[in-house]
Write a protein that binds this ligand. Structure first.
Ligand SMILES: Cc1ncc(COP(=O)(O)O)c(C=O)c1O
Length: 483
């Protein structure tokens, strides 16, 4: 087997016109032992700047200072003589601070999953030996997921993600509950997966209480206690908010729910893997998890269901997962979720410490460099990775696009509805006027965020805000009036 060095490879692909910036993967290509030709690259990895020609600022290739931090995170996956070196957390020459939207699949997670797409492809419901190996992998993953939240493996149901878990919990409890009148207590800052499920039930006659929150995104426990009625069948309060990172006092909520003898569901999609969770300490009966928020793939998730909970199934089909969630199991996804939760459990404390230090530096730096900026829900307990700032005088969407052009990915909580940009329901619920809600941006850091990423954001955000404010006649007028 012959191997050619990276520079030679780069020359080869340069000649073919596929070099330069825009790399997603680093590839080390091995050559076919008989033909001595390189194996064909899959179309998804057609770019191959193993060493790029603009190394000074390149965040991807192996020939510059940034690469050290990148290759530290990389993994080598070997298939059919093609070795993929896979730099996670790198989106070409970009800085990604949008980890609450989604995370890259951790290399060790990908490695764990790969056999289940090919050699170990059997159906986990099959009785034969390969089927039993797939079943064993699924059950190992169930144990790993359970361990992250202090549950028993048999209390974990695999789903397609956070949305399905939330819907299963909400519809499942309401449909299994007896009685004529039914009532749910939730909050105004839930994710749409909860809010829209509740609204669908409202149309069917279920009564809803949407609890307001303080300016710090916390529900009031007095309001909460008063909202519970004899006909309340479910309390659904999220653990951590996706836009603000604020963490609700679940222990107290769980205690009150238990006292009132009402089922308690929490959407832990944004907290699982970021902060410790113990379903028994929190006294939750149902808890939603999503794989792609914790370095597993998209399209896999889990619902914790406390033993003995009366929950109607959402889907009807075969006997998979004891008939509770039928459908042929997504073995590779389940294995990926298991591995990701195991990694999260082991690295949670260390990750949280490192990431919160970076988050705090970013937050302080932006407050210092951008006049009039403020942190939304600054005083509440928050997940270690999230900060949401308002930059008065700018349109969040315009700022997002300006930052995107400079190579920084972050997010606004705004939703596009009927062609108009609606301010985030979370930010308006905590009392921000619509123009301030529209002027807010969320930065969410991840396991692969580096100090260089923070430096980059601290350079580009203040400059972009200043530029946009310069273009805003209202802001200029107000600034002159106050000076
Ligand atoms: C708090 C919260 N709940 C639920 C979801 C939905 O999860 P999924 O994308 O896995 O359906 C999200 C996704 O952004 C979320 O942030």
């Amino acid at each position: 087997m012959r191997f050619r060095g990276p520079q030679a490879l780069n020359d080869t692909y340069k000649k073919q016109g596929v070099g330069g910036a825009g790399a997603i993967f680093h590839l080390t290509v091995l050559f076919d032992p008989t033909s001595h030709l390189p194996y064909t690259l899959p179309s998804s990895v057609s770019h191959n700047p193993f060493v790029c020609h603009s190394c000074e600022n390149c965040r991807v290739c192996t020939n510059n200072s940034h690469s050290e931090t990148r290759t530290r995170q990389s993994s080598l996956v070997t298939r059919n003589s093609i070795r993929w070196e896979y730099p996670v957390g790198s989106l070409m020459n970009r800085v990604y601070l949008d980890f609450n939207a989604t995370t890259p699949v951790e290399p060790a997670v990908l490695d764990a999953m790969l056999p289940y797409f090919s050699a170990e492809f059997a159906n986990a419901a099959s009785i034969h030996t390969p089927g039993q190996r797939a079943r064993a992998a699924v059950e190992t993953a169930r144990e790993q997921v359970a361990a992250l939240v202090g549950a028993r493996p048999q209390e974990i149901v695999f789903t397609s993600g956070g949305t399905e878990s939330d819907n299963h919990a909400i519809f499942g409890i309401v449909e299994a509950a007896g009685g004529h009148e039914k009532h749910i207590v939730t909050s105004a800052i839930e994710h749409e997966a909860v809010l829209n499920a509740c609204q669908a039930l409202e149309k069917r006659g279920v009564r809803l209480t949407y609890l307001a929150t303080s300016a710090d995104g916390q529900i009031d426990l007095g309001d909460f206690r008063r909202a519970i009625r004899p006909e309340t069948v479910l309390i659904s309060i999220m653990h951590a908010n996706n836009e603000l990172g604020t963490v609700q006092p679940l222990e107290e909520i769980g205690r009150l729910a238990k006292e009132a003898d009402v089922y308690f569901h929490t959407d832990a999609v944004q907290s699982a893997g970021k902060i410790p969770i113990d379903v028994n300490a929190l006294q939750v009966d149902l808890l939603s998890i999503s794989g792609h928020k914790l370095y597993a793939p998209k399209g896999i998730g889990a619902l914790y269901v406390r033993g003995g909970t009366r929950l109607r199934q959402l889907l009807y089909g075969g006997h998979h997962q004891r008939g509770f969630r039928p459908g042929t199991e997504n073995v590779a996804g389940i294995v990926g979720l298991g591995k990701a939760t195991e990694i999260a459990r082991k690295s949670l404390v260390e990750d949280a410490q490192r990431i919160s230090t970076f988050r705090d530096r970013l937050q302080q730096g932006l407050l210092h460099r951008v006049p009039q900026s403020r942190v939304n829900a600054a005083l509440a307990p928050r997940t270690p990775n999230t900060t949401n700032l308002v930059f008065p005088g700018v349109e969040g969407e315009a700022l997002l696009i300006a930052l995107d052009l400079k190579g920084l990915a972050c997010s606004t909580g705004a939703a596009c509805s009927s062609g108009a940009v609606e301010p985030s329901h979370v930010l308006t619920a905590i009392g921000l006027p619509p123009e301030e809600a529209r002027a807010s941006l969320r930065f969410s850091l991840g396991r692969h965020t580096t100090p260089a990423d923070i430096d980059f954001a601290l350079n580009v955000v203040p400059a972009a805000v200043a530029q946009l404010r310069e273009l805003s006649p209202t802001y200029r007028k107000e600034a002159t009036a106050h000076s």
